[in-house]
Structure formats: C-alpha cells, structure tokens
Design a protein around this ligand. Structure first.
Ligand SMILES: CC(C)(COP(=O)(O)OP(=O)(O)O)[C@@H](O)C(=O)NCCC(N)=O
Length: 447
C-alpha cells in the first residue's frame, strides 16, 4: 500500500510536470527510474530496463540526481550565482528580509513561502556555526562597531555612551558573531552580566555605576540579559542559539568556577494578552448580564482572572466601587497608573504573577509557547525557571509585562533533551514555582 501511494504521488508529480511542460521528458524518465529503484516490485508503473547499463546502480543513481535537480526551483541556481558575487550574500539576506515583509502582508502565498524557505535554507548553510566568527566587544573596539552595538540593541535601548560603556565594562561581556561576507557587521549581539547569583532585576544590571575592576572570585553566574539578531533576513537561521552556546563555552574557559547560566528576559505581549483576557470576561459578562439582572463583575461561567476578594480590593483602593472592578483594572493596566499606589502594587502581585505564569506556560500557538522570547529559549533547551516581580520598573517593562521578568535557565547537561522534548512533544520544562503559579491561575476563584 505504501508503495502504491508513493508511486501514485510520483506519478501525479510526473503528470503535473508534463502538464506544466516545465520539465523535459528526462524528468519523467528519471522519476520512473527512481520509482523502479525504490519500488522494484512496481513493474506496471515504470518502463522495464531494456539494457544491462540501465539496470546498473549507477544509472539509477544518475536518474535520482536528475530528479533531484529537476525538483529544485530555477531561482535556486540564480541565488547560487548571486552568492558568488561581491556583496551577493548580503544582497540575498536583504532580499529575504523583503520577502518576509511581503509575507507578513500577503497571506497564504505558497509560492512566496517556498521562495523564502529556499533562501533560508541556502543562508543557513552560508551562516552555519563554523563559518561565523566570535568577537568580544570592549571599550577598545572600533567606534563603528560600538555604534552599531548601540543602534542594534532591541531589548534594553541604550540612552548614551555611558550606557554603552557599562555594557562592555567590568562584570559585563558583549559578544557578537561576524561573517566574512558582511565585514564589520554584527550578525547577532549577546549582552551578558557576570554575577554571583541569578539576577532578578534588570535595573541593577543596566543602571548600576561602572565598577573599577572585576573580582573573579565573585563571579560564578552568567546572565544573558539581551540578545538581538540584527539581520531580519536571517530569521529562522537560529544565530542567537549558536551564539549563546558558543559564549557559554567562552565564559567557562575564562571563568572555570562558573556554574550557572541563565537569561533575565522580558515578557513582551503579556500586558496586552491580559487586557485581551479581561475584554473576553467583560464581553461574556455583557452577554450573560443581558440575559439576567445585569450583575457587575464576571458571570459565573466566564473564566475568572482575579478572585472576588482581589477584585474587591482593586475597587476599594481605586475608589471606584460603582464600576466593574475589571473595567477599573483594565484602565489601570493600560495607563500604568497601578504602579503609583503601593497598596495597589501589593494587591496585584499575586494575580499578575499567576496570570503571567499562565501566559508563559499554558498559552500556546500551534502547540508552542505563544510568547516569542519563551519560544526562543525553550527551543534552545532552557528551563522556564523563575518569574520575578518588579524586575523591570522602567516604562517599557511596565507597559509590556507589568514589570515582570523571567529567568530561562540553561542546565547545560539537559539542554539537548529539553530542546528535543519541546520541539517534538511541545513539552515545556518548568520549575515548580512556575507550575504552581500557572495552576493557581487555572481557577482563580477556588471552588
Ligand atoms: C530572540 C532572537 C535573537 C532570536 O534570534 P535567532 O536565534 O536567530 O532565532 P531565529 O530568528 O532564527 O528563529 C531574535 O528573534 C531577536 O533578535 N528578537 C528581537 C530581540 C529580542 N531578544 O526579543
């Protein structure tokens, strides 16, 4: 049966080729020969070999090569030619970036997706780990590189040269990958803090005064607090993953006592997701209250985000007891006003930590973590290890994730297994803190 299906597939492809007229009868013959090689019992489908030569393995392998060549799109050869020219690879990287932009606007274009996939495949060969050059950036690095490091920073923007000097100074390491086809261009940038514990706050990393010199005995932990892939056209080539793994080895060589490797990551999208969840509850309340006496607050069937007691405290502290507490909460979150009142910060800590754990651990897209930064580190084999309250109290941190940040921890002996389980089984390796918080968010109002 399997033979039948596969040969039917090849037969259909042969018919398609003939119909398109884009492939000579050579391919049809090659396909038949491949069918013969793979499904030798299929005499009725393929022309019987008439000469000894055709029966030889060489003839069949040659036919298979021709089939493979015939199945490669014509633009592949064009890309190979362009890649051989001065500046050609950079041109292809930019072309892929344009293709990705186009794909984000033109939905369901199979041809464009195939075009982009072909480019990505070729670029992943040209930008494989062995062809990338690791470079540590220090204050003595060239100005043009330092300027690019500052300009490319996408996670915690640098405000001035002092910020930049701090990033490459004592207790900090900045590494980049460069590539011979794009000289003096950082392909991906990783900023690391050297500490003696796993950091739970970004302000202590990006805003601390510059220290005079490092005390090696005071360093046993690496905190990856910012990583940026600078070339959109290399999306999907996983340069960030390569760089983290390479920097771990570099740091282990420099600091033999280093035993802990973790990120301190933002959670872009959490606040907006939460506002969306509040809107769902308000929407279901409106629909259910249109049937009964217009009771404020979530209906008994809508998923509760906060407990009744938490909602009541929000209303009391906000002084808005005549308005739905969820409406009040939504406005506080959207304006960041909740950060202004210590009592409000205190009452929102538990629900926001629960809901953030649910967002990172339970919210999925096609089986994988919906949060892009979570997906990146989980793909690398990291553990969803710890949520940190008030970890980023800057405007950006409050707006994107209510000030919460997360440690994705790299247990070096487990990363390969964790990555495989995530990619193949969609299993997220998480700490008990995260699992308990996410489960508590499952039903805020305990029955
Ligand atoms: C997180 C990053 C570095 C992952 O890049 P990379 O390892 O190349 O993964 P991919 O883009 O190949 O899937 C990349 O997505 C990026 O630069 N994102 C914006 C900045 C950030 N860290 O969120």
């Amino acid at each position: 049966m399997w033979h039948c299906k596969s040969s039917c597939f090849l037969q259909k492809r042969a018919v398609v080729f003939r119909q398109e007229g884009c492939v000579s009868s050579l391919v049809t013959r090659a396909m038949c020969a491949v069918c013969y090689a793979n499904f030798s019992s299929f005499s009725h489908f393929v022309r019987k070999p008439t000469s000894n030569k055709e029966k030889s393995e060489g003839a069949l392998l040659k036919a298979e090569e021709r089939l493979q060549a015939a199945l490669v799109p014509r633009y592949h050869d064009l890309f190979v030619q362009i890649g051989r020219l001065e500046g050609g690879v950079k041109h292809l990287v930019d072309m892929r970036a344009d293709t990705l932009d186009l794909l984000s606007s033109v939905k369901d274009s199979a041809e464009l997706r195939s075009f982009s996939s072909c480019l990505r495949e070729m670029l992943s060969h040209w930008f494989s780990a062995g062809l990338l050059h690791l470079q540590r950036i220090t204050w003595e690095s060239s100005c043009d590189i330092l300027q690019k490091i500052s300009e490319y920073e996408a996670v915690h923007p640098m405000r001035n040269w002092s910020d930049l000097k701090r990033r490459v100074g004592p207790y900090r390491r900045c590494f980049i990958f460069t590539h011979s086809t794009m000289p003096r261009e950082p392909m991906v940038v990783l900023h690391t803090a050297l500490t003696n514990q796993i950091s739970d706050n970004i302000q202590t990393i990006v805003s601390t005064p510059i220290l005079d010199e490092e005390d090696v005995d005071n360093i046993n932990t690496a905190i990856f607090y910012s990583i940026t892939s600078t070339q959109k056209g290399l999306q999907g080539v996983e340069l960030g993953n390569y760089l983290i793994k390479r920097v771990v080895r570099e740091l282990q060589a420099e600091f033999p006592k280093m035993t802990q490797f973790s990120s301190l990551s933002p959670i872009p999208g959490f606040r907006d997701w939460l506002v969306g969840e509040i809107n769902k509850v308000l929407g279901s309340t409106e629909s259910s209250s249109s049937e009964d006496s217009g009771v404020d607050g979530p209906s008994s069937t809508a998923p509760t985000l906060l407990t009744s007691a938490e909602l009541q405290k929000v209303a009391e502290i906000a002084g808005k007891e005549d308005v739905s507490p969820l409406v009040t909460l939504k406005k506080l979150l959207q304006t960041n006003q909740w950060m202004g009142a210590e009592s409000m910060v205190e009452v929102l800590k538990d629900p926001l930590m629960r809901l953030c754990a649910r967002y990172l651990y339970l919210e999925k897209r096609r089986g994988y973590a919906v949060n892009p930064v979570a997906n990146f580190h989980l793909r690398n084999g990291a553990v969803l290890w710890r949520l940190n309250w008030q970890a980023d109290t800057g405007p950006r941190g409050i707006s994107q994730s209510c000030g919460v940040m997360v440690n994705y921890r790299y247990f070096l002996g487990d990363t390969m297994r964790n990555s495989q389980r995530y990619m193949e089984e969609q299993h997220i390796e998480a700490s008990q803190q995260v699992i308990d918080l996410a489960q508590a968010a499952g039903g805020a109002d305990s029955p």
